[in-house]
Ligand binder design. Sequence first.
Ligand code: 13P
Length: 243
Amino acid sequence: MLKIKEFNKIIVANWKLNGSNDFLEAYFEKLALKDIDSDICGIICPPITYFQNCYSKLNSLYLGAQDCSKFKDGAYTGEISASMLRENNCIFCIVGHSERRQVFKENNEDIKIKAAQLLDEKIVPIICIGETLEQKKMHKTHEVLKEQVINSLPPNSSKESVVIAYEPIWAIGTGITPTLEEINNIHKYLKKDIKEIEEYKLLYGGSVNPKNASDIMSLENVDGVLVGGSSLKADQFSEILKA
Ligand code: 13P
């Protein structure tokens, strides 16, 4: 398993349902990986069909998936297992993204099983948590995050093997982010007050771009970022990798 503790920052590109062969060629031609510090862990999570093409172009970056099946094998049409991901050079895998929770009705138990399957295959799960705007307005953020994180963590989880990503749902794809102080405070709460994830690597996601990435990543309790929209622009993602 990759030693995640050795990295200073973890920076993840979540391409979601985007990409094409042509997009891939142009993207990697433009991506500037030269001056990236060696203690930065850069990860690209493309749709699975582009795994091999991406892998051949990654250089120092790592390959990640956006989801995996909770089943190991069998009659589950359309699914892709953690062992299949491992056989295809996958090092990280996002699980429990809010889009999976909301659109595909995944719950904490599903996410816990997926994360356990990934750990069995020595793939680092990136477990996503985040509150809705409504929950934030009702001052339920801490309660919601604690409930999600505790119930999504597999029993064999450790700070060396699992990454947590805090993505406030209202900040995803909206251009709106919490203030730096809010991000740092929520991360502090997660890292210090929830014993189950004490000192875990903790990423922030939601409208991260080249303008705000550096400030967000300099916060004491932020160990990296999970990037959607800006990760689809090679020049912008290059800037974030260097931020
Ligand atoms: P945006 O960066 O487009 O807000 O997306 C965030 C996200 O969902 C990454 O997983």
